[in-house]
Design a protein around this ligand. Structure first.
Ligand code: NAD
Length: 483
């Protein structure tokens, strides 16, 4: 387990010796002390990345692909260590930790392929309407990029940024969340192992000040940020001073629309995965259930029974289906949500309280509130915990109006046995990613990100690579050289 900063290919303490404590959310006990980077460390990391970029920008995609596959293999080699760290530092049950690791590995392998294809896309001819001119386009790395990530999927969120950034030929300063930096520090160990040139990847854990220092450094070409809307707005404001490009992956309040032709058991499983996976700490959590009134009573009955029976407890226990919340602050926020729901007099059909019986850590009961008014903050605001709000609807048009009545647009699910209706609804939903008859299944080949206040830009797929590339056109006058 690494606990130091990784800058310019070497492990180091913070310049001022600062450290931060990370916790085990299942016990609320300290797990490790990690070096906490500050502005001076960030400046050193950016300078190292800038130096490394001079050569790295000229490496060809085929060479970068071998490093990317090296990251995938390095993650695989550390399987047990990374599963243990995710269980201990994030509170993820083992199955979820395994899926996160698999997603990170898939990202590096996928972008290795795209890095190789990039070579053949260079100097691509452009058809022009003028015979005297010819033109080609090149796709060049953006430069030094700052990657700032949250704590809910540390391995995956970083991989979704790091893999395409390296594939493009960018050099990176990665700032993990102050709550879960341990798994990401493994990327530094892998970089050293696979011979990635010093300075191409720098990892500096730290708090908000460390992140803020990155967003104002004039040598940073782009900030790619995943996190809350409040901080996203601050990042955009800070980046504006140098007109630095930003990519933002922010919050969500995603709907799951259930029509009355579904299989009730299958629907119950998808609804539960959509809100209780990762203890609901998902930007894409389908936290607003819209159910056709004809099946509302039997569906809610099954859902409430299955929710009360959900095994909450020690992430290392094979029987556990939901772990604790990952941070003390998030625990307090969810408890505050329960208090607000009680004050509003909402109908609680499951949970609604802390769960001290599950352990000494930050455990809450998976929770469902029925017929939540659309004006309630619980219906409109991201809770980022295992709290589902439901409402009934009669018609498809009503379901769509309710689903789209949100500031956010990250994701949505539609459950229906009618393929034509499911497709029609998917097309009408204002969301960046729509699942039909499933939830939270993300392939690296598809896109990630959404409209409205869910962010700016897209990750994953070819769009994820484009986010780290600059387009250059070279236009040549054929006659000019002969003159
Ligand atoms: P957060 O916004 O508090 O922190 C995110 C990161 O920003 C952390 O590394 C933090 O240290 C850093 N930071 C804090 N202040 C900063 C500043 N002024 N300048 C630069 N960096 C700063 O978010 P969080 O609580 O860690 O994560 C939860 C949020 O992330 C939720 O809103 C969730 O929806 C969102 N999220 C979105 C996606 C997505 O893909 N859209 C994915 C995961 C999480």
């Amino acid at each position: 387990m690494h606990t130091q900063l990784f800058i310019d290919g070497a492990w180091a303490d913070a310049a001022d010796g600062a450290t931060l404590t990370v916790f085990n959310p299942a016990t609320a006990a300290p797990l490790a002390r990690v070096a906490a980077g500050g502005a001076a460390d960030m400046a050193r990391a950016v300078a190292a990345a800038k130096r490394a970029f001079r050569d790295f920008r000229h490496t060809d995609g085929r060479r970068r692909a071998t490093w990317l596959r090296g990251f995938a293999a390095g993650l695989e080699r550390r399987r047990e260590e990374l599963l243990a760290l995710q269980m201990q530092n994030s509170g993820k049950p083992r199955t979820e930790a395994e899926i996160d690791l698999g997603d990170a590995i898939a990202s590096f392998n996928y972008y290795a392929g795209l890095a190789e294809q990039l070579d053949a896309r260079q100097n691509a001819p452009v058809a022009l309407p003028a015979a005297d001119f010819s033109a080609v386009t090149r796709l060049e790395p953006a430069g030094v990029v700052a990657l700032i990530v949250p704590w809910n999927f540390p391995l995956v969120t970083s991989a979704w940024k790091l893999a395409p950034a390296l594939a493009a030929g960018c050099c990176v300063v990665l700032k993990p969340s102050e709550f879960t930096p341990l798994v990401e520090l493994a990327y530094g160990a892998i970089a050293a192992e696979i011979g990635l040139p010093a300075g191409v990847l720098n990892i500096v854990p730290g708090g908000p000040e460390a992140g803020a220092a990155l967003t104002t450094d004039p040598a940073v070409a782009k900030v790619s940020f995943t996190g809350s809307n409040a901080v996203g707005a601050r990042v955009m404001q800070a980046a504006a001073a140098n007109c630095t490009a930003v990519g933002l992956e922010l919050g969500g309040k995603s709907p799951i629309v259930v029509f009355d032709d579904v299989d009730l058991d299958a629907a119950t499983r998808w609804i539960m995965d959509g809100i209780f996976w990762n203890a609901g700490q998902m930007c894409s959590a389908t936290s607003r259930l819209l159910v056709q009134r004809t099946i509302a009573a039997p569906l809610l009955e099954r859902l409430a029974a299955a929710t009360r029976a959900l095994a909450v407890g020690d992430p290392a226990d094979a029987a556990t289906r939901m772990g604790p919340l990952s941070t003390a602050a998030q625990y307090r926020k969810v408890l505050d949500t329960f208090a607000r729901a009680a004050a509003e007099g909402l109908a609680c059909v499951a949970g609604g309280h802390a769960l001290p019986a599950a352990g000494s850590g930050w455990f809450v009961a998976p929770t469902i509130y029925a017929e939540v008014p659309t004006t309630s903050p619980l219906w409109r605001e991201e809770i980022f915990g295992p709290v589902l709000c439901t409402r009934g609807f009669d018609t498809e048009a009503e379901a769509l109006a309710l689903a789209n009545d949100s500031d956010f647009g990250l994701a949505a699910t539609v459950l229906s046995a009618d393929p034509a209706r499911a497709q029609r609804v998917a097309e009408a939903l204002e969301a960046g990613h729509v699942w039909i008859n499933s939830s939270q299944v993300v392939f690296v080949e598809t896109s990630w990100g959404g409209p409205k206040r869910s962010g700016i830009g897209r990750e994953l797929g070819p769009w994820g690579l484009s986010a780290y590339l600059e387009v250059k056109s070279i236009t040549r006058c054929r006659q000019g050289s002969a003159a």
